[in-house]
Design a protein around this ligand. Structure first.
Ligand SMILES: NC(=O)c1ccc[n+]([C@@H]2O[C@H](COP(=O)([O-])OP(=O)(O)OC[C@H]3O[C@@H](n4cnc5c(N)ncnc54)[C@H](OP(=O)(O)O)[C@@H]3O)[C@@H](O)[C@H]2O)c1
Length: 233
């Protein structure tokens, strides 16, 4: 079993997601308020996005005598809502095992060191392995369901993590808050960063679930993913 996957993003009309030049006052609300209306057991982000929330301290991890086995670790803790990060090389460090009201789950590859696992255990941060070198995102979702009972997960970006779930065909729903502005920055991350150039991959199609005008000039678009679509329109 895998969780139902809803990807939620705030994007400019040209699909950019980094808000450096958007000049929005109170910019978090445009993402957070609609997000809070989507019922989910967990939110999941890429390593780059999570580093905005993880520790800013310069942790020097201690050498550990024994190797810590590369086995999933479910921390004992009372919370049943989760903040999940795709962090294959173990680059996020933690002062606590919570982000806001959610318990942190690190998704790792087997490349990570025992020192890093020791750090996570010392902070009681949960972790799961998604593959030896490369992550198998379907396996990651199955583990989130089985080990943490996560039935719905909201993927909150950035573009690379969204793109890899899109490419793997694992997104069920897409929720886009369309900001009334054009960014135009060449090379800035976009809503979905799946792969460079045109290969064999086909675009993912959606059907419209709902559309709502919010904050005067914003649109909140909710789409269902058309699964196994072969023919192009
Ligand atoms: N507007 C919005 O709604 C919104 C929402 C979220 C974020 N953002 C913005 O988006 C920007 C970051 O986006 P981003 O696309 O650069 O980064 P991202 O998706 O947050 O993180 C990318 C990193 O996550 C890891 N990763 C993701 N998918 C993986 C996979 N399938 N396998 C292995 N590793 C994977 C890799 O980490 P390693 O490099 O460590 O291997 C990768 O470099 C930030 O500026 C953030 O503020 C905007």
């Amino acid at each position: 079993m895998t969780p139902y996957v809803i990807c939620h993003m705030l994007g400019s009309v040209d699909g950019r997601i980094k808000q450096n030049i958007w000049g929005l006052k109170d910019h978090h609300k445009y993402f957070e308020e609609p997000a809070s209306k989507i019922k989910a057991d967990a939110w999941l982000v890429g390593r780059t996005t999570m580093q905005e929330f993880s520790s800013k301290k310069n942790y020097k991890t201690e050498a550990v005598r024994a190797n810590i086995p590369k086995e999933d670790f479910v921390a004992e803790q009372p919370v049943k809502k989760y903040a999940v990060v795709i962090d294959p090389s173990g680059k996020c460090y933690w002062d606590t095992n919570m982000v806001s009201t959610e318990h942190v789950i690190e998704v790792l590859s087997e490349k990570v060191s025992s020192r890093y696992l020791h750090h996570l255990r010392s902070k009681n941060v949960s972790y799961i392995f998604g593959g030896k070198d490369e992550l198998n995102l379907d396996l990651v979702l199955r583990k989130l369901y089985k080990l943490f009972n996560i039935k719905t997960v909201r993927i909150d970006g950035g573009g690379h993590v969204n793109g890899s779930f899109l490419k793997a065909g694992l997104i069920d729903e897409f929720s886009l808050v369309l900001a009334p502005l054009a960014d135009g920055t060449i090379g800035a991350p976009t809503v979905f960063e799946a792969e460079e150039g045109y290969g064999r991959r086909k675009a993912t199609h959606f059907t419209l679930k709902s559309v709502k005008r919010i904050y005067n000039d914003y649109l909140w678009l909710r789409y269902l993913v058309v699964k196994n679509k072969k023919a192009q329109r």
